[in-house]
Ligand binder design. Sequence first.
Ligand code: A2P
Length: 340
Amino acid sequence: MKKEKYSIAVVGATGAVGNEMIKILEERKLPVGKLKLLASTRSAGSYIEFYNKDIKVEILDEDSFKGVDIGLFSAGGTVSEKFAPIAASAGCIVVDNTSAFRMDSQVPLVVPEVNPHAIAQYKKKGIIANPNCSTIQMVVALKPIHDVAGIKRIVVSTYQAVSGTGKKAIDELQDQTRDILSFQDVECNVYPHQIAFNCLPHIDIFLENAYTKEEMKMVNETRKILEDDSIRVTATTVRVPVFYSHSESVNIETEKKITADEVRNLLSQAPGVTVVDDPASARYPMAIDAAGKDDTFVGRIREDESIEKGINMWIVADNLRKGAALNAIQIAEILVREYI
Ligand code: A2P
């Protein structure tokens, strides 16, 4: 028999994504019975509001998951590697926002607008992975085009907000901006260089192939979600001094010719996508407009004149919402509706 209410745990409840998860659980009215808020000893004992009640943050430990139906994890890869299997063996289905399990063949990697059917695979390990923020917004926009015209190659450059790094990075951009404008020295604690008034072509660690781990996440996760290993993807990921929302310049080459108008029509009917594409009146997607919204915004749609079958576009979404918390909660909604 179906439960009326579900017990949910948010792991990393005091973080940038965890906070957003708690807000979205309330906004979308998930049938939450008990909400467990978990973090480290640093913030255990503090309170977070949920439906006008203050809920105490508890220390994450081996016993945190007894009786919990769904665990929304966003406390970093090391925490997930250790605690996701512990939660799963206690019968808690884990929706993991870190990269710890994304490329595990026994773990589905899900964007509800793109491959909701993959959720069924959660039974293998009790874990569902939430993709990388930049990958989510890109595949939401590209899936309808891939279905119609067959995408052969993707060239993407990202302009990623600091909130993707977490709360400390939001503070660092704020502090550095203030210090520079008041002629003080800046302190760099989170990033290797000053992020205020700068762009860093460096997200996550550098790998042996000279790409960053973030760039390779976009390559590998895109293929897994679109269930097509033949798609060639190359990425350059850049951190920019923006607080919320990632922007992406995306160039695709397709099997079949598709015009810019056809792409505009397709995307205007696509789930989770809003087309903002009226250059004559200076209307295109912008980070400041996407922040706080659920949709992925697409504009600057135009044919790539350097090749026969190519499209350029500009894709923007709130990295904490569609890029992380919202996508995880959409997965939880499907679990509740169809599986548990
Ligand atoms: P805490 O507030 O106790 O440090 P962000 O990505 O914004 O930096 O947030 C990271 C989140 O993950 C925070 O909620 C943080 O809790 C939590 N976290 C980090 N390390 C651990 C850990 N070892 N155990 C439990 N929670 C952790």
